[in-house]
Design a protein. Structure first.
Length: 255
């Protein structure tokens, strides 16, 4: 996609974020669950669940059956590694300079394995940062909740953040053709891998909840709140579930 066009979209989304932040209909909470188009969002959510049931879920089950655990762990490590440059940039913008330097150091060390094996395991680690969190750190409201076809849950601020992360990604220096090839290869694998990793948790909420839409929406904002406040708990199934679900459906670099 043309860079000028991306910048135009980004500026438009930032304007939407600004005006939604100023809206009297929004609350003062940076992660408030404001869902003004719930009927539409529910319809899109139902569509996404059908797509998941008949495509992503069965493929993920086969993937989980044939994929050795050490290869699955290597893929998880690689996907985390490849997001490090954008995370470091956002840490710097938020004023978390020590965290940014640590992220860059870990990324540089693991470049020898392309992140498939974490050479810094056991050393200090930093939290993942994105532009959605950066906007929140400057008191931009989340704006209305939006359920996107195939991509899953977001907000107006989240969409602006996703687009900004794509623009800020240093991998863009490789050129648009190589970026398209990398994303085309990695995105399907990442989606299936994430769905497989969180199979039990996702299916529990998907099939056993009285209102799975409301539950997934709640989980999304719980995850968002923990990211912004840097209080993410890796042992929390709800947080982990949302991390995997977002990674599975959310195209962030094209994260």
């Amino acid at each position: 996609m043309n860079i000028k066009l991306l910048k135009s979209y980004f500026i438009s989304l930032l304007a939407c974020v600004f005006f939604s932040s100023c809206s009297s209909n929004n609350t003062s909470n940076l992660t408030s669950s404001w869902d003004p188009i719930e009927p539409i969002n529910r319809a899109v959510f139902s569509f996404n669940m059908v797509v998941d049931t008949y495509t992503l879920e069965p493929v993920a089950k086969v993937y989980d059956y044939v994929m050795p655990e050490f290869l699955s762990n290597s893929l998880s490590s690689h996907f985390n590694w490849i997001k490090s440059p954008v995370s470091a940039i956002n840490s710097s913008i938020q004023g978390k300079h020590e965290e940014a330097l640590l992220t860059i150091a870990n990324f540089s060390i693991n470049i020898f394995t392309l992140g498939f094996y974490d050479l810094t395991e056991g050393l200090s680690s930093s939290s993942e940062e994105n532009f959605d969190q950066t906007l929140a750190s400057y008191n931009f409201r989340a704006g209305p909740y939006i359920m996107l076809p195939f991509l899953g849950p977001s907000t107006v601020r989240g969409l602006a953040g996703t687009l900004a992360d794509g623009i800020l990604d240093p991998l863009n220096l490789l050129g648009p053709k190589k970026i398209v090839k990398i994303n085309s290869a990695e995105l399907p694998i990442k989606a299936v891998h994430s769905r497989s990793e969180y199979m039990d948790q996702i299916n529990e909420l998907k099939y056993e909840s009285l209102d799975s839409y409301a539950v997934f929406r709640s989980v999304y904002f719980q995850r968002l709140r923990s990211q912004i406040n840097d209080t993410e708990n890796k042992d929390d199934n709800i947080t982990d579930l949302n991390s995997g679900a977002i990674d599975a459906f959310f195209i962030q670099n094209q994260k």
